[in-house]
Design a protein around this ligand. Structure first.
Ligand code: FDA
Length: 300
């Protein structure tokens, strides 16, 4: 990582939003649901599926959570109306998980129920550690009534193996990722190889227990490791899928799809694009470097 890019990443909060937006366009479909629909249609033409996410997290009052729920229901409607090969991802704090568990559960249940009526699937994203228990509880509470939902496991969390050993008992549909939030070393692996080793160990347990897994990574090491496990367990193509973020490593994405594996792209849209984009920049300081240059060449 170049020193200027590192420096830039640490100063991101003071960079004008207009500059961030210019470089964020790569990672988001646009401000509107229609733009997400159009982009999903293009992906579908290439044989790639999508999971559509309305950007936004951690609402501060219940009305905002209700508005977010309405937006989620609109996504389901659009997937149905446009016959998209897509499902829906959502963040529990956008539905009020930080305000009131019961209220959030009610919102999520309404969404998963509607998805069930439309024959669709809902993925519950995993956020930072204050919400891990609550998110797993939410998932379990909804899953008792509706099986068209699944949850995300982060391989950087030390607790994940225990969580997975419980969740495989009900044949959970997982998304497995490394994890994106900054967590203390007491609860999270910090060494890159430890996070990777845990990822592979978790994937093995999921496969051993015949659970469907969304293998969410852009890391060649993990893609290679997943290929080996798919061979070892003789998995059929409809027993797992690979998942990637919009705008990231598209050549690798196309190669995995060309190898005959299912591929799903995370397609975020909406006006609350800022926090999501900052997280993507922190993952890829080279992008931040371009934004840094733009900052100092603006208007010239
Ligand atoms: P790693 O970060 O090592 O990336 C591997 C390579 O990919 C890099 O070397 C680089 O070349 C490229 N790359 C990665 N990020 C890039 C970027 N932003 N721009 C350009 N290139 C980039 N996390 C979470 O905590 N909760 C969640 O619910 C989800 N959900 C989720 C869904 C999907 C579909 C994906 C793909 C990821 C998530 N994540 C997530 C994020 C995940 O936890 C993780 O932070 C990222 O996927 C990056 O980890 P990798 O495994 O890709 O490895």
């Amino acid at each position: 990582m170049n020193i200027f890019n590192t420096l830039f990443v640490t100063t991101l909060p003071v960079v004008p939003k207009s500059i961030i937006r210019k470089f964020a366009n790569k990672y988001i479909a646009g401000d509107t649901l229609q733009e997400a629909v159009n982009l999903t249609r293009e992906l579908n033409k290439k044989g790639i599926m999508a999971t559509i996410d309305v950007l936004g997290e951690a609402v501060e009052d219940k009305q905002d959570a209700l508005n977010a729920k309405t937006e989620c229901l609109e996504v389901l409607k659009a997937i149905d109306k446009n016959k998209l090969a897509a499902n829906h991802s959502l963040k529990p704090t956008s539905l009020g998980l930080g305000l009131d568990y019961g209220f959030c559960l009610q919102n999520l249940t309404e969404i998963v129920n509607r998805a069930n009526e439309l024959g669709q699937f809902v993925r519950i994203d995993m956020e930072d550690s204050p919400y891990t228990n609550k998110t797993i509880n939410l998932y379990n509470d909804v899953y008792k009534h509706y099986q068209n939902c699944g949850v995300v496991i982060q391989s950087y969390m030390r607790r994940s193996m225990d969580d997975v050993k419980e969740l495989v008992k009900t044949k959970t549909n997982f998304r497995l990722c490394k994890g994106i939030y900054i967590e203390p070393k007491e609860i999270a692996y910090k060494v890159k190889q430890e996070v990777r080793d845990n990822y592979i160990n978790l994937l093995r347990v999921m496969f051993e227990n015949n659970c469907y897994v969304g293998i969410a990574t852009h890391d060649d090491y993990l893609i290679e490791g997943a290929y080996k496990l798919i061979d070892e367990f003789k998995k059929r193509k409809d027993e797992y899928e690979f998942q990637m973020l919009l705008g990231v490593r598209e050549k690798v994405r196309d190669k995995i799809a060309a190898d005959g594996h299912r591929m799903r792209i995370y397609v975020p849209f909406g006006v609350h694009w800022y926090k999501y984009s900052i997280r993507r920049f922190k993952e890829n300081p080279n992008m931040a470097g371009y934004a840094f240059k733009a900052l100092f060449t603006r208007g010239r």
